[in-house]
Design a protein around this ligand. Structure first.
Ligand SMILES: Nc1ncnc2c1ncn2[C@@H]1O[C@H](COP(=O)(O)OP(=O)(O)OP(=O)(O)O)[C@@H](O)[C@H]1O
Ligand SMILES: [Mg+2]
Length: 199
């Protein structure tokens, strides 16, 4: 949602496809005040299951960027379907062994779909980082062997990320106290544009 909002703020039409039955993205956008809507559109498509890619195709002409939020389950048909039409897959991981194990499943899905969608790019994105902990250090040490490139941008653990969800906004709406978070989200946005070869 931070990435979607940041791209929209740069002037592109952005659609978030909420393909997670938990519906967090949908609730996030719905939490915004009527006079200050979330900057990207959100549509719920989790019920489409293995046909998500077909449903998303219907929106392609109307948006510059489409971000699909998948459920965190490698055995769900949703991520496989979404990856069929994706240019880039971002795998957010918290630096901990638990998240690394979970990412092994999604790595297999990425490798499998890569045989069909040959242009598919992928990055791990470290989220909720607490840089000076041994857990983060140890995770960073094993990541180069993981098989998916690590994004340069790392997102730290910051309260304002949570707050912005409650208010249905991005960190950009929290002014000076959010400046470090805004910089992270802007860095991630620029990095994504660079990977995709966007202007
Ligand atoms: N960088 C961060 N700093 C602080 N809180 C965060 C950060 N990133 C996410 N959170 C909070 O952690 C919770 C889960 O975050 P998020 O929705 O990103 O997880 P998720 O991986 O999508 O969850 P799931 O795997 O269940 O879909 C939310 O309450 C969110 O606000
Ligand atoms: Mg999620």
């Amino acid at each position: 949602m931070q990435l979607a909002g940041a791209i929209a703020r740069r002037g592109d039409r952005v659609l978030v496809v909420d393909a997670d039955p938990q519906g967090t993205a949908t609730r996030w956008a719905a939490s915004a005040e009527d006079n200050h809507p979330f900057p990207a559109s959100v549509v719920g498509l989790s019920a489409a299951n293995e046909k998500v890619h077909r449903e998303v195709k219907k929106f392609i002409d109307d948006y510059g960027y489409i971000i699909i939020d998948c459920p965190p389950a490698a055995d769900s048909p949703v991520p496989q379907s979404a990856l069929l039409i994706a240019d880039l897959v971002l795998v957010p991981i918290i630096p901990s062994p638990l998240d690394m194990w979970a990412a092994v499943g999604i790595r297999q899905v990425i490798f499998n779909v890569g045989d069909i969608n040959e242009g598919l790019k992928s990055r791990l994105v470290l989220n909720q980082c607490q840089p000076n902990t041994t857990m983060t250090q140890e995770t960073l040490e094993v990541l180069p062997e993981f098989g998916i490139e690590l994004a340069t941008t790392q997102i730290r653990h910051r309260q304002v990320y949570r707050q912005s969800a409650v208010f249905g906004q991005t960190v950009h709406d929290f002014g000076g106290k959010a400046s470090a978070a805004i910089a992270e989200v802007e860095d991630l946005t620029s990095e994504v544009f660079k990977i995709l070869g966007s202007k």
